[in-house]
Design a binder for this molecule. Sequence first.
Ligand SMILES: [Zn+2]
Length: 322
Amino acid sequence: MKAITPVNERGNFSRRHFLSTASAAVAALWFTPGRLFAEGESPVIGFRKAAATAKITIQKLRGNISLLEGSGGNITVLTGRDGKLLVDAGITASRARITEALDSLSADPVRHLVNTHWHFDHTDGNEWLHSLGAEITAHENTRKHLSVATRVDDWNFTFPPSPKGALPAKVFKKDHKLHVNGTKLVLEHYGPSHTDSDISVRFTEADILQTGDTWWNGHFPFIDYSTGGSINGTIGAAEVNIAKVAEKTIVVPGHGPIGGKSQLIEFRDMLITIRERVAALKEQGKSLDEVVASKPTADYDARWGSFFINGRTFTGLVYAGV
Ligand SMILES: [Zn+2]
């Protein structure tokens, strides 16, 4: 996954460069033994800075569905006569480049937005997309967390209440269906997993499943204990995702490239193995520092630890929940 792209002529960092270097530095800073972050810049600030110059790439998936990658979490776009439907909103600093990408897909106005969960890298763009006419649909806990000041301890950051226009107008508890542009979309709550607000979005006819941050393809995931996430819930959601897909299903993760069933299984197995190792060490009475020092993720770090969450941070996230 690690790709080095040179700083461009204007001195801006490309997204990949940021992800492979700057955020690795943030992640390294972010973890000091005994706590998950160090004093200094919150990773939220780093992500927002990167989004201001990030390049947005477009990948056609199936039918009238495309993937926009580069601003926070993955964004899918369904085009058609009912107007565009977006799943996730990216980061506001990328508005100009997201607009350019949307315009290149079709002339349809944006009319619908679904949030996979409440995190800023999936909802930051809610306000401007709503101002264009998008009705926002999400799990009720997404609205709850966006409505009030919400702190994520591990990010050392408190998000202020979102402006009214950014709040989902349509919320649900368990599941919800939408019919847009000849497509049936099925939205289903996972239960507490990465947060307590995560939903999957299935584009039924195209056989595409978007998992939000219950799946990071090729990366250790963040787990937000501040708003109901846990390692056990994350493993539970990984099992749900495997059960939801067939061999031909295109699966869109919250972060990383698209994949399918075999990558979901690989991710689930990685979570279970590291959970077992960390739990065994904690049961022996080892402190977090001691568990981190024993490097329970060592054989996974090269493959999974080069993005936002490195092996040390992930060990801390697992330790907190076993
Ligand atoms: Zn998230």
